[in-house]
Write a protein that binds this ligand. Structure first.
Ligand code: MG
Length: 372
């Protein structure tokens, strides 16, 4: 089998607003083959930069559009192609956008392999740890502590027993920060798990003060309290608290994850399949985490393609903790661009069993939102 085409589709709602749901636009990657099998992937990054990275021309041997690198190659050779793409785009690709773009192609290649063999991706990865995985409802904070309380109550009423709130208005001042967590806990009740995503707002000492104040509300983890490059801060914070510190969504490729694990001493490694280098790299990151006794969660705020990929991945590693599932009620694009829609049942997501990723584009929905 040979790769015959790589195409990027930029989908966008007429209005993209500052909701938690960053599935309001999407960059989809389609890889076609001479066997008639098409694989899909997604990249959650700066969409047009990804498009350029994939569809751009040959410039020289360390700056080449990724499409040119993989056309004519065998889609089964995912490890070889990962390194070929990395080498061909090394100026822009060692971290960030180049790895992001590679993630979408890698994901599509695994989809092709699964479809060709009639097996789900998790089985190709050697998995089979779970039948279903516990998920948490992922949301922004309400605009006030009271609004956060009401949101928490609604998630609980929808059957979630783990809920995450994040970002603004966290970080304004101590009183607001603590009231947000307090009201989140009140809305959820004592039994459910409450996860807090600070959103890169503090220095290490402020974060430590907050973590001590949040202890009264029994939080499951504290995510991204610091700037992603503040490894020293992460180390000081992690060593000073028994609350799990989670991070990783800003990282691409295993070496930057290693910095977070070894220098930063974080506890929960959050991997976004659409940015970390795809399945090929994610499996290595999870293995490095497992060697260090660390647990892994996905990061995924965009389409059901991202979440579905995460389910395959988390089902293929021994150290999966929980699945992120953006459960905001107000979504448009995400509900319309794939044939399959994911639904949590009693706070769990089922492991997909269809060949490949087991998720297909809805051509009409895609056409409706196609922007480039
Ligand atoms: Mg986050």
């Amino acid at each position: 089998m040979k790769i015959t085409g790589v195409e990027t589709l930029y989908l966008r709602q007429p209005q993209v607003r500052g909701l938690c749901d960053s599935g309001q636009d999407a960059l989809i990657v389609k890889v076609t083959t001479d066997a008639g099998i098409t694989g899909i992937g997604e990249v959650d990054s700066s969409p047009m930069a990804v498009k350029g990275t994939i569809e751009g021309p040959f410039s020289h041997t360390t700056a080449t559009g990724l499409r040119e690198v993989v056309i004519g190659e065998d889609p089964f050779e995912t490890e070889y192609l990962w390194h070929k793409m990395y080498r061909a785009n090394i100026y822009a690709g060692r971290r960030g956008i180049g790895i992001h773009a590679m993630s979408g192609i890698d994901m599509a290649l695994w989809d092709i392999k699964g479809k060709a063999l009639g097996l789900p991706v998790w089985k190709l990865l050697g998995g089979g740890f779970h039948k279903r995985l516990r998920c948490y409802a992922s949301s922004l904070f309400g605009s006030t502590p009271q609004a956060t309380h009401d949101l928490a109550r609604r998630f609980r009423d929808r059957g979630f027993d783990a809920v995450k709130f994040g970002w603004d208005p966290m970080g304004r001042d101590a009183k607001t920060d603590i009231a947000l967590v307090e009201q989140g806990r009140k809305g959820l009740g004592d039994e459910a798990d409450l996860l807090i995503d600070a959103g890169l707002v503090w220095d290490a000492k402020t974060a430590l003060q907050r973590v001590r104040a949040f202890q009264a509300y029994n939080i499951f983890w504290l995510e991204e309290p610091l700037r992603p490059d503040d490894y020293e801060g992460y180390r000081k914070l992690s060593q000073a608290t028994s609350i799990r510190i989670a991070a990783g969504e800003e990282e691409s490729n295993r070496l930057s994850f290693l910095d977070l694990m070894d220098r930063g001493q974080i506890d929960v490694v959050q991997i976004d399949l659409t940015r970390c280098g795809g399945f090929t790299e994610a499996m290595k990151i999870a293995s490095l985490a497992h060697d260090r006794g660390l647990v892994v969660a996905n990061h995924g705020f965009t389409t059901y393609i991202n979440v579905t990929a995460a389910l395959h991945f988390l089902n293929a590693i021994p150290n999966a903790l929980i699945v992120e599932f953006a459960a905001e009620e107000e979504t448009t694009l995400r509900e319309q661009i794939t044939q399959q829609k994911l639904r949590a049942v009693d706070g769990y997501l089922a492991i997909p069993d269809a060949p490949g990723l087991g998720i297909d584009l809805d051509d009409e929905g895609v056409a409706r939102f196609r922007a480039a």
